[in-house]
Design a protein around this ligand. Structure first.
Ligand SMILES: Nc1ncnc2c1ncn2[C@@H]1O[C@H](COP(=O)(O)OP(=O)(O)O)[C@@H](O)[C@H]1O
Ligand SMILES: Cc1cn([C@H]2C[C@H](O)[C@@H](COP(=O)(O)OP(=O)(O)O)O2)c(=O)[nH]c1=O
Length: 206
């Protein structure tokens, strides 16, 4: 069955260090400057489920890999269906809701250490965004950027893991290219300014 598409919902995905936060900053400034109503959001969320996941990612709480996949799906369910501030609710009063990561991250990251069929099953009822923007950056460049950024490490940061994540993203993008969601692959190896120009052209040019 074809997953429902949420008009105005935009998701940005990429490896750790690929520049999704930087582009979210650019997009939200662009929309604010034009008084276009929008909400910026992210996964893992800042709700209790998301905070628990962040502790798991920091290596502070050891859990079975399948449990982590369930946790991401639980966090996402609230993120999308939450009664007061869920994405579906927010789309009623905003032209755009833009999320840094969504269920494509689970498909890319959790399918490595847990059964891919389980990950698909946990995620195949979530509606799809109107646009999936994938910022395509090599694993080596992402490692370099993460070192420069000097952020906290997480359990998925290693180059070996990120190589597998990239393979899974590529497979997922192929799979979803047959859906009605618009899939936009952006060359993330360019300067942040050029990456942003490509996003504007592909998504916000009307
Ligand atoms: N296109 C780019 N070229 C070079 N460096 C970049 C680019 N985009 C982002 N960066 C830098 O790389 C680091 C990671 O970017 P960030 O937006 O935090 O990535 P993410 O949120 O995907 O992990 C930051 O230091 C950021 O300034
Ligand atoms: C949403 C989501 C994130 N993640 C991972 C990807 C990141 O390594 C981590 C946190 O995401 P994020 O805070 O976006 O990290 P970064 O800024 O370094 O890209 O969570 C999953 O493994 N599965 C998921 O479903």
């Amino acid at each position: 069955m074809e997953q429902e598409i949420l008009k105005g919902f935009i998701v940005i995905e990429g490896l750790d260090g690929s520049g999704t936060t930087t582009q979210l900053d650019n997009i939200t400034s662009f929309l604010s400057n034009r008084n276009i109503s929008h909400v910026r959001t992210f996964e893992p969320t800042d709700k209790e489920t998301g905070l628990l996941i962040r502790q798991v990612l920091a290596g502070k709480i050891p859990l079975k890999q399948e449990t982590i996949a369930y946790l991401f799906a639980a966090d996402r369910n609230e993120h999308i269906h939450g009664e007061k501030d869920g994405i579906i609710e927010l789309l009623k009063s905003n032209r755009y809701v833009i999320s840094d990561r969504y269920h494509f991250s689970s498909i890319a990251y959790q399918s490595i250490n847990s059964d891919p069929a389980l990950v698909r099953e946990l995620n195949n009822r979530f509606p799809l965004p109107e646009y999936l923007i994938f910022i395509d950056v090599s694993v080596e460049e992402c490692q370099k950027r993460m070192k420069q950024r000097n952020g906290t490490k997480d359990i998925y940061d290693s180059i070996e893991y990120q190589r597998k994540v990239l393979e899974n993203y590529n497979r997922a993008i192929d799979y979803f290219s047959d859906s009605s969601m618009k899939v936009v692959r952006i060359n993330g190896m360019q300067s942040a300014e050029l990456v942003f120009q490509d996003i504007l052209e592909a998504v916000f040019s009307d």
